[in-house]
Design a protein around this ligand. Structure first.
Ligand SMILES: [Ca+2]
Ligand SMILES: [Ca+2]
Ligand SMILES: [Ca+2]
Ligand SMILES: [Ca+2]
Length: 454
């Protein structure tokens, strides 16, 4: 059921965003041609100028060489000559919401498509946050880019502050900082008060008092993504007060000075976790504060430095086929495995666009999920189920990844100390496993670009 709900939400988001772009024949494609953060008639188009043109759809003559005029739901792209050159924000002045100084302010429907997380890096250079999506009406998508260098003091959302509808697809949000300890020192990577869908993205090494990776008080869905190495007091990976779904994702190595490093589902937050790996966080892995508000299936909650779960039984409800390493999660439903070492590798590049934890040969999580409730593909887009224990029956794994039998065989026998010697076979997911929901918007965009060229 939750899989269906998430699919419906995804289709809504992707169709609302991408189809509106594809059928908005007025839309302009605005190409950024300089990495400098300037507002000037200099023959070049900066990212700030491009966003202003897209926001305001001005009319009039196009100045030769400047950004072309926005028109409807615009697409912003980056000239390949900028690949690898960081776009550093440099016009000081915090608190401006007119896209003139400090952060980049978006208040219309805009699609920003970079050339890859290594090629298109948008760095606030510590002058304010990176992006602010203002009001509840903008529909925005960002893909193939990095968002970093945001710095705020006791203010929300250093990477992105979102009030509208936002799709993040193949995005890296790292090293954004909210200083301070007030109730506003939240959302180091992302602050969300609207709707956000995160696909195949990484939220890493962001800092805030609470919700250092992500703070959400509205609707958030996370697919095939990793929230890792964030730093804060509590609710460090994710702090949730709204509706949250986590699918095929990894929450790992978030460091807490307070009581919860992984996920804090506060009173009023409603949360579903399936096929995910919540491990190696500081302090507690998951805290859920009210009865029935968090349901979990086909997942691993293990090796967190405090309790894996706080609020088990009433507040954290197992729907089966989960594993914990300390017996704290109350995993007593069908297929649950309690107080058991999951036998996982370190957070590492195991193939696909995000880092993850592999299951090691002999892991009790291999082929221990429920085919009736598991997701159709793993974090790396490996199709589920795979027969990982070579008994002829293909069964979903617990956890974000679905391991291939060839990978588990290549690892060989696992040493009892969990030491090295494990070589992972690379995963080829480029052919059969490419998700249709990414292919469809890509095809729509390609057709639209082709039409424009004619
Ligand atoms: Ca526009
Ligand atoms: Ca602003
Ligand atoms: Ca601004
Ligand atoms: Ca399997």
């Amino acid at each position: 059921m939750h899989r269906l709900l998430s699919t419906v939400l995804y289709l809504f988001l992707s169709s609302a965003l991408f189809l509106s772009f594809s059928y908005d024949t007025r839309a302009a494609t605005i190409t950024v041609t300089t990495a400098s953060d300037v507002l000037a008639t200099d023959g070049l188009c900066s990212l700030r100028e491009a966003i202003t043109r897209a926001n305001t759809d001005p009319v009039g003559l196009i100045v030769l060489g400047e950004c072309i005029l926005g028109s409807g739901d615009d697409l912003i792209v980056f000239d390949p000559s900028l690949n690898g050159v960081p776009i550093e924000l440099s016009i000081p002045g915090i608190g401006d919401d007119d896209n003139l100084t400090g952060d980049l302010d978006i208040f219309s429907n805009i699609m920003i498509m970079g050339n890859g997380v290594d090629n298109t890096v948008i760095d606030a250079n510590s002058i304010e946050r990176v992006f602010q999506i203002i009001g509840s009406t903008p529909m925005v998508s960002m893909s193939q880019l990095t968002i970093t260098g945001g710095l705020l003091v006791d203010t929300i959302g250093a990477g992105i502050s979102n009030g509208g509808t936002l799709l993040l697809d193949n995005v890296s949000i790292h090293t954004n900082v909210v200083l301070g300890t007030t109730s506003s020192a939240i959302g180091g990577g992302i602050f969300n008060s609207g709707t956000v869908a995160i696909i195949e993205s990484t939220i890493d090494n962001n800092t805030a008092d609470r919700g250092s990776g992500i703070f959400s008080n509205n609707t958030l869905e996370i697919f095939q993504s990793t929230v890792s190495n964030n730093i804060g007091r509590t609710g460090v990976g994710i702090m949730n007060f709204g509706g949250l779904g986590i699918f095929n994702s990894t929450i790992s190595n978030n460091a807490a000075t307070g009581n919860t490093g992984g996920i804090d589902n506060s009173t009023g937050g409603i949360m579903v976790i399936t096929n995910s790996t919540i491990v190696e966080n500081g302090a507690q892995g998951i805290l859920s504060s009210a009865p029935g508000d968090l349901t979990i299936s086909n997942s691993i909650v293990a090796n967190n430095s405090g309790l894996n779960c706080s609020g088990s039984g009433a507040n954290i409800v197992s729907q089966g086929n989960n594993l914990d390493s300390d017996g704290s999660c109350g995993f007593v439903q069908a297929g649950d495995i309690s107080n058991t070492d999951p036998m996982i590798g370190p957070l590492a590049d195991n193939g696909g666009p995000t880092h993850s934890h592999a299951l090691l040969s002999g892991s009790p999580a291999v082929d221990a999920g429920n085919n009736a409730t598991c997701e159709n593909e793993g974090q790396r887009a490996t199709l589920r189920p795979q027969d990982g224990d070579d008994n002829g029956a293909a069964v979903c794994d617990m956890a974000a990844l679905e391991m291939l039998l060839s990978e588990l065989i290549t690892q060989g026998p696992t040493s009892s100390d969990g030491g090295g010697g494990c070589s992972m076979a690379s995963v080829n997911n480029s052919s059969t496993a490419f998700p249709l929901y990414l292919l469809i918007p890509a095809l729509i965009l390609f057709r639209r670009l082709r039409r424009k060229q004619k």
